[in-house]
Design a binder for this molecule. Structure first.
Ligand code: AMP
Ligand code: MG
Length: 417
C-alpha cells in the first residue's frame, strides 16, 4: 500500500463517517452542541410595537416645528411602563410618558427620548425633532411567530442559546456525542498511577488524547495500557470496538512487535489505509468495523499522535456531532526564520504566532522531533508546509492552522491602529 496524501486521507475518513443520532438535552447543557432540527419562533417579540427609549410617545405632526429655541408643548396624558398596556389613545397636542420596552399607545408614531425634552408640570416641551417613527421597535422585530429562527446544523453559542431560551426550548434537540475509547499499546509504557521505573516510558498519549476529546466536549473512556502481546491486545481491542470510535496509539508500524494492524485485521476490521505522507504522523491506520466503529491506529510518538488526532480524528468527531466547520481556522503567516524541509510529505511544524502591521509571524517552537512533546505543549498553531515544498526561507508566506489558545490575546483589541 502506498502513502496517501493528508487530504486524501481526510476525505477517506470523512466519507466513512455519518451523523450521530439526535437526542433531547436540557437547554443549559446544549452549549457548543449542534442543533438537530430547525427551530421556529412560537411568539412575536416584541409582541407589539414598543418604545426603544425612555421618553415621550408623540404624534409626529404635532412636533414638526420643534427646536431648542421654539419648543413644542404637549400635554402628558399617561405614564406607560414596560409590561403595562396603554389605557388611552394619544390625541392631537398630547403625549404619553413611556419607558423602554413599554408598548406604544394608539395615535402616536414617534418616540422622543427624554434627553431631548423638558418636563414642566403636566406638560412636556419637545426640544429636538427626530425622524418620524424614531425610537420604536416594531412588533416581531426580534422574532416573528412561526418563522424559522435557527436552522438545523447551527452551533449553539451563548447567543444562540439565548434565542432558544426566548422561544422556550427548555429541552433542545442536538446531535449526540460519539462514545470514544482510548488505548495505549507498548511494553515500555508506565501508567500514571504506577511507581516510577527508570526503564519505562510514562504513557502520555492516553492523556493527551483524553484532553483532545474533552476539548471537543466528548468524555472518552480510558482503556489503559496494553502490552505488545497479540492475545492481550485482541481482548482489549474487542472491548474498544463497543464504542463508536476507538483510538489505539503505538504498535501500528511494521516493527516486529507492532501487532495492532494484524490484530485489527483478524477481528474483521476493514483497513482503509495505514500510511499517510506527513511528518510527524505516519504511520496512521484507519479502519471501520461492520458495526460501524471507526478505528484509528495512531502513531506511538506523542507529538505524532496529537497531530494525527487534530488532522484526522477531530474532524471525524465533529462531523458525527453535526458540526459544519470541521477543521480549525487557518491564517497566512510569514516565517520568522529559515526552515529545512524535504519534499514528499506534508510537514506540520509546531509554531508560536506573533503579529505586526503586516500580519502574523510564525516561529518554530524548537526541536521538532516527533517525541519532543514540548514542541506541542508550546504550540499555538501548526504551520502546514505542503508536500511539494522544500527548504523555506525567512519571510516566506505559509498557512498556519490555529490551535486553542489563539482565541485569546492580552489586550482588549479596542485600540484602532
Ligand atoms: P511505536 O509506534 O509503538 O513504535 O512507538 C513509537 C515511539 O513512541 C516509541 O518510542 C514509544 O516508546 C513511544 N510511545 C508509544 N506509545 C506511547 C505513549 N502512550 N506515551 C508516550 N510514548 C509512547
Ligand atoms: Mg510500540
Amino acid at each position: 500500500m502506498s502513502y496517501l496524501s493528508v487530504s486524501d486521507a481526510q476525505t477517506c475518513i470523512l466519507e466513512h463517517m455519518s451523523l450521530n443520532d439526535t437526542e433531547l438535552i436540557p437547554l443549559h447543557e446544549s452549549l457548543n452542541r449542534v442543533l438537530a432540527g430547525d427551530v421556529n419562533a412560537n411568539r412575536n417579540h416584541p409582541p407589539y410595537d414598543v418604545s426603544a427609549m425612555d421618553g415621550y410617545a408623540v404624534r409626529f405632526d404635532d412636533i414638526v416645528r420643534a427646536t431648542r429655541d421654539t419648543p413644542v408643548s404637549l400635554t402628558v396624558v399617561e405614564d406607560i411602563r414596560a409590561g403595562q398596556m396603554p389605557q388611552m389613545k394619544v390625541l392631537q397636542g398630547r403625549a404619553a410618558r413611556i419607558m423602554t420596552g413599554a408598548p406604544t399607545p394608539e395615535g402616536i408614531d414617534t418616540v422622543i427620548r427624554v434627553e431631548d425634552t423638558e418636563e414642566y408640570g403636566d406638560h412636556v416641551f419637545i426640544l429636538t425633532l427626530q425622524k418620524q417613527g424614531a425610537n420604536i421597535r416594531p412588533l416581531g422585530e426580534n422574532l416573528k411567530n412561526g418563522e424559522v429562527v435557527l436552522t438545523k446544523g447551527t452551533l449553539i453559542t451563548p447567543g444562540v442559546l439565548a434565542i432558544l431560551a426566548m422561544v422556550k426550548q427548555r429541552d433542545v434537540s442536538v446531535f449526540a456525542k460519539p462514545t470514544v475509547a482510548i488505548l495505549s499499546t507498548g511494553d515500555e509504557l508506565e501508567g500514571i498511577n504506577d511507581p516510577i521505573d527508570e526503564n519505562k516510558i510514562p504513557d502520555a498519549n492516553s492523556h493527551a488524547l483524553y484532553a483532545q476529546c474533552k476539548s471537543l466536549g466528548i468524555d472518552p473512556t480510558l482503556l489503559g495500557i496494553v502490552h505488545d502481546n497479540p492475545i492481550e491486545l485482541k481482548t482489549r481491542l474487542v472491548e474498544g470496538l463497543k464504542y463508536d470510535v476507538l483510538l489505539a496509539s503505538g504498535g501500528v508500524s511494521v516493527g516486529h512487535h507492532d501487532f495492532v494492524r494484524p490484530t485489527l485485521d483478524a477481528l474483521g476490521i476493514t483497513m482503509h489505509f495505514w500510511r499517510v505522507a506527513m511528518r510527524p504522523g505516519h504511520p496512521l491506520a484507519f479502519g471501520t468495523s461492520e458495526d460501524g466503529t471507526s478505528v484509528f491506529g495512531l502513531p506511538g510518538n506523542p507529538v505524532s499522535s496529537m497531530v494525527c488526532f487534530e488532522q484526522f480524528v477531530a474532524p471525524a468527531l465533529r462531523l458525527m456531532m453535526g458540526h459544519k466547520k470541521r477543521f480549525r481556522r487557518s491564517v497566512k503567516a510569514r516565517l520568522a526564520h529559515n526552515l529545512k524541509d524535504r519534499a514528499g510529505r506534508t510537514h506540520f511544524v509546531r509554531v508560536t504566532l506573533s503579529r505586526d502591521d503586516d500580519g502574523y509571524i510564525a516561529t518554530s517552537t524548537g526541536t521538532q522531533g516527533s517525541g519532543v512533546l514540548m514542541s506541542m505543549a508550546m504550540a499555538e498553531g501548526f504551520a502546514m508546509i505542503p508536500a511539494e515544498a522544500e527548504n523555506m526561507s525567512s519571510g516566506d508566506v505559509i498557512t498556519v492552522q490555529l490551535l486553542q489558545g489563539m482565541d485569546f490575546q492580552s489586550d482588549a483589541g479596542l485600540e484602532v491602529s
